[in-house]
Design a protein. Structure first.
Length: 180
């Protein structure tokens, strides 16, 4: 099995993953009465582990619900020293450069990684470490907020693989990194 880093994320029509206050309420702006998972279950079944940044970890911990992940979670942080007691054995904090972190994770046998969180996704892209992007666009303009993409040292070429429409409103596009 080969190593693969995949982003599965939603964004607004104008490219934001959170509003200017970091809010995510807009993610449910399209009614979903049947609670469709929008391809998430199939996606997550193909992943070995999840890599997220501290900010995303803190947002998820702030949700009033049980821990939502059934796979190992690696949190990238230079400031966090430990995880809440109830998450021990489920979450591990990692530090270092992205190649060092990936070596650690791959050394544990996790090769197919779900990369999540704005800054984390941007940092992986800056180092050209993303192999696949699965982006669901929600038809709302936020006007400002946390952008999905940031500055890159060079252009990255992706190939469009597919588009799928959900709830007569959302479009989910899949792109794969073209590597020469």
């Amino acid at each position: 099995m080969t190593e693969k880093n995949t982003v599965f994320i939603a964004r607004s029509l104008d490219g934001y993953i959170a509003d200017k206050n970091g809010g995510l309420d807009w993610l449910t702006s399209v009614p979903n009465p049947e609670q469709l998972d929008l391809g998430y279950k199939k996606f997550i079944q193909g992943m070995d582990a999840l890599v997220m940044g501290r900010n995303t970890f803190e947002v998820v911990c702030g949700f009033n619900m049980e821990w939502p992940y059934n796979l190992p979670v690696f949190v990238l942080s230079n400031s966090l020293k430990s995880v809440p007691e109830e998450l021990k054995g489920k979450v591990e904090i990692l530090r270092g450069t992205l190649p060092e972190i990936l070596d650690q994770i791959h050394g544990k046998g996790y090769l197919r990684l779900y990369i999540d969180g704005g800054q984390t996704v941007q940092n992986f892209l800056k180092e050209d470490l993303i192999d696949e992007l699965i982006i669901t666009t929600i038809p709302i303009l936020l006007g400002s907020g946390i952008p999905l993409f940031g500055e890159l040292p060079e252009k990255l070429d992706f190939k469009h693989i597919s588009s799928e429409r959900f709830l007569d409103a959302l479009v989910q596009d899949t792109y794969r990194r073209r590597r020469e």
